[in-house]
Design a protein around this ligand. Sequence first.
Ligand SMILES: *Cc1c(COP(=O)(O)O)cnc(C)c1O
Length: 357
Amino acid sequence: MSKVHNFSAGPSILPPEVIKQASEAVLNFNNLNLSLIEISHRSKDFIAVMDKAKALVKELLNVPDGYSILFLQGGASLGFLQVPFNYMKVNGKAAYVNTGVWATKAQKEAKGFGEVLEIASSKDKNFSYIPKSYQIPGDADYLHITSNNTIFGTQFKNFPVSRIPMIADMSSDIFSRKIDVSQFDMIYAGAQKNMGPAGTILFIVKDSSLGKTGREIPTMLDFRSHIKGESMFNTPPVFAVYVSMLTLQWLKDNGGVEWMEKTNQQKADLMYGEIDRNPLFEGTANKTDRSNMNATFVLKDENLKEEFDNMWKAANISGIVGHRDVGGYRASMYNALPLESVQVLVDVMKAFEKKQG
Ligand SMILES: *Cc1c(COP(=O)(O)O)cnc(C)c1O
């Protein structure tokens, strides 16, 4: 089998050793002669998996005491709804920074709960930048941001300084760089970009931020039920949690988030360096806001599309077709994508330029 360079935007590439270990555990977990997916989630073998996954999150992100770590189901899209349920007061209001498709969806889910203030938006320029100057209303219940704009390829390089509780959807850049968790009351991230397979979502919740809304919250959407149940209020997505645990262990073994941040910077420098140098291509995002996870770019001459597409396909590159809202190409360079794969793409772009003469 020849190596495929997998730039998929999500679900996305995982380390090959993680895929191998995961497949072994599906056949025979911990030498129990049982599969990981056919034992009780309350067995000591699985509880150890959940405990380790949480401990790795705490260690890798330096999560302070006073925060709970949960692995739940429903994805970030249900998270959009859990945010106002758990944080917006009855007759309250919330502030949202709109930086793209996911941020827009998050905002939409809060609408039935109270007043939703879109305090900044980059929609005027097809979400190609991160808004910088805006006022955060001191009387809103929370500020919601999306740290990385997966579709349009922009990323907050600095987070807003907020005096009200800050909540972030970090689905597409969690564990890709160092963060200060104490800046946030809640962080959430679907697993399928930087952490594991689809099917689980990570929540990092400041315990003291809960229980302030005066609102009835359905049990399954109430973070307090899940904290009380130690992330096993109901059956957790055992396979997704297990593979996430393996990926986090892989990250730790290789040098943790610090190592990852450096490697991701190298990948991004290589990729954007070529996009800027090569006269046939053009980046679509504002340079200072460009995402280290998702590089978006277009061909200056659309007529060359077929020729370029044939070349990257022949180089075993997969998953760089851009989202329909942006067009062109999107190279997603998540944690598990090796620098070598970016080099292969860059070499194809150079060879393509040469061919055009
Ligand atoms: C992929 C993505 C989502 C959606 O996650 P689901 O698990 O499909 O609900 C939300 N936010 C961001 C930033 C994403 O990249």
